[in-house]
Design a binder for this molecule. Structure first.
Ligand SMILES: NC(=O)C1=CN([C@@H]2O[C@H](COP(=O)(O)OP(=O)(O)OC[C@H]3O[C@@H](n4cnc5c(N)ncnc54)[C@H](OP(=O)(O)O)[C@@H]3O)[C@@H](O)[C@H]2O)C=CC1
Ligand SMILES: O=C(O)C1=N[C@H](C(=O)O)C[C@H](O)C1
Length: 244
């Protein structure tokens, strides 16, 4: 297939601008670049793959248009409510969709390393996830941190209610069946994530730090090129990178 025409939803935002720059770098045609208030249906009509880095409401609107016009999707937006997540899963039965909380190669390797560490280190190694982002970020925890925690829960066969979001007051001693989650916000931090496995006598820390949004934008456009022409289904960046 010739290079797919990309629709950038959330074009005036931090990621939208990085995506426009990456599209120029990759020589990828941009069918449309829009924000809230623009004509989404017309923009979808001018494009082959919708790349959404907007807001949960932006994703919601994109879902309807992707289904109506049978267009492939790359979802970068984070912070969706459970109902929108369920809609994305249902949508993937009808159109191809890549959905990842983080499109950097490094973080996707961190996902794989976290899975390996969580399976090699037993429950004596207390697992905690720490993330830090810029002061403008609207959702917490980050989509990346949520995925890291999900991987640990999967490997340790723990239910979602094992997550402890921050701690305050007389919490009692830490149990081996909880996974901590901590969100820091400040300044212009693009995205830092650390997974800690702490035992008595030693600890392992896996850290990724993003220092340029271009890394995230390039990954998302790589996903857009990869998804064009694929069968309907729900994919993530591990599929795009061949890390499975
Ligand atoms: N998966 C990944 O790798 C990454 C994901 N993200 C996620 O991407 C999203 C955007 O991040 P960022 O660029 O920093 O945020 P910004 O706030 O800088 O940009 C969001 C853009 O989307 C626009 N927008 C808001 N609502 C809608 C809507 N309903 N329809 C269309 N456009 C809309 C905003 O317009 P206005 O300002 O007028 O509201 C703004 O231009 C966040 O959810 C963030 O977590 C970010 C980086 C990497
Ligand atoms: O909002 C951001 O900026 C980022 N959001 C993503 C997330 O929520 O994980 C990815 C990246 O860390 C930057």
């Amino acid at each position: 297939m010739a290079s797919p025409r990309i629709l950038i939803n959330g074009a005036k935002g931090r990621m939208g601008q990085a995506l426009l720059a990456a599209a120029r770098e990759f020589n990828l045609p941009v069918g449309a670049a829009i924000d809230l208030g623009d004509d989404l249906a017309a923009a979808v009509g001018q494009s082959d793959v919708i790349v959404d880095f907007s807001s949960p409401a932006g994703t919601r609107a994109v879902i309807d248009q992707a289904l109506a016009q049978k267009k492939a999707l790359v979802i970068g937006t984070t912070g969706h409510a459970a109902a929108v997540k369920a809609e994305l899963i249902a949508l993937a039965a009808r159109v191809p969709c890549v959905w990842s909380g983080n499109y950097s190669v490094g973080v996707n390797v961190l996902f794989a390393l976290t899975r390996q560490a969580a399976s090699l280190l037993d429950s004596n190694y207390d697992a905690e996830v720490i993330e830090m982002h810029h002061r403008f970020k609207k959702d917490a925890p980050s989509g990346t941190a949520a995925r890291l925690a999900e991987i640990i829960l999967e490997e340790r066969k723990l239910a979602p209610d094992a997550l402890r979001y921050g701690r305050e007051g007389i919490t009692g001693e830490r149990t081996s069946t909880e996974v901590g989650m901590h969100s820091l916000r400040g300044g212009d931090v693009i995205g830092d994530h650390t997974v800690v496995f702490a035992a008595l006598g030693e600890r392992v820390e896996l850290t990724h730090k993003a220092s340029d949004r271009a890394i995230l934008a390039r990954g998302a456009l790589r996903a857009a090129q990869w998804i064009a022409g694929r069968p309907a289904g729900l994919y993530d960046m591990q599929d795009v990178l061949g890390l499975r």
